[in-house]
Write a protein that binds this ligand. Structure first.
Ligand code: IMP
Length: 195
């Protein structure tokens, strides 16, 4: 089954290709000649994932899906949440975002560092919308560790692997527990059953 993942993030594309497996031919917007990013102006994860999926669907008319992910940190009242990509700057700067997160948490000494990634996937299939969600619970590390993954992975310690940050896990292990892994497997199960 041919389907477009509406993302320019190579880390996400690689993850999704592994998660969806052989039954799917995954294409990127760049494969369709679309290189510009859409502005994520929504107030919620679901709104932003719809904006991203709509953008690609309007230009290609093909089945597609998009995810929007937020990191919710309890001591920060759920921030950065829907603003995770632009937490420190407008520029999707992973390093600056992590620096800001660690600095903000220093203002809350002694408080739990519990957090979760939440992903919402919007699938547009035959012109209809379907939604899938996944979460990964964990805690924010005191400092960066590991070189795999992307985004906040170097400072996120998942409950399932309390000795490692996500950036210390291999791709397969991350995908087996991750927020996006859960949401995309739910989407793949739905497509296998109904498509
Ligand atoms: P978006 O879904 O691409 O808008 O992601 C929002 C923010 O969360 C970006 O800064 C991403 O780098 C970060 N993010 C999304 N997914 C992950 C992940 O699996 N691990 C770590 N950070 C992530």
């Amino acid at each position: 089954m041919k389907i477009i993942f509406a993302t320019g993030n190579k880390g996400k594309l690689r993850e999704a290709a592994e998660i969806l497996g052989d039954g799917f031919t995954l294409m990127s917007p760049a494969d369709m000649g679309i290189t510009e990013d859409v502005e994520e102006t929504g107030e919620t994860l679901i709104e932003n994932s719809v904006i991203k999926a709509d953008y690609i669907h309007a230009r290609t008319g093909l089945d597609c899906f998009a995810d929007d992910t937020g990191l919710e940190v309890d001591a920060l009242g759920g921030a950065p949440g829907v603003h995770s990509a632009r937490y420190a700057t407008e520029g999707h700067d992973f390093e600056a975002n992590i620096d800001k997160l660690l600095a903000e948490l220093e203002k809350h000494p002694g408080e739990p560092r519990t957090a979760r990634f939440r992903s919402v996937v919007t699938l547009i299939f035959k012109g209809e919308y379907h939604f899938f969600e996944g979460t990964l619970e964990g805690v924010i590390a005191m400092a960066r560790r590991g070189g795999n993954g992307f985004g906040y992975d170097p400072v996120f310690i998942p409950d399932e692997y309390p000795d490692n940050t996500v950036a210390e896990l291999d791709d397969e292990t991350k995908n087996s527990i991750s927020h996006r892994g859960k949401a995309l497997r739910a989407m793949a199960d739905w497509l296998r059953e109904y498509a």
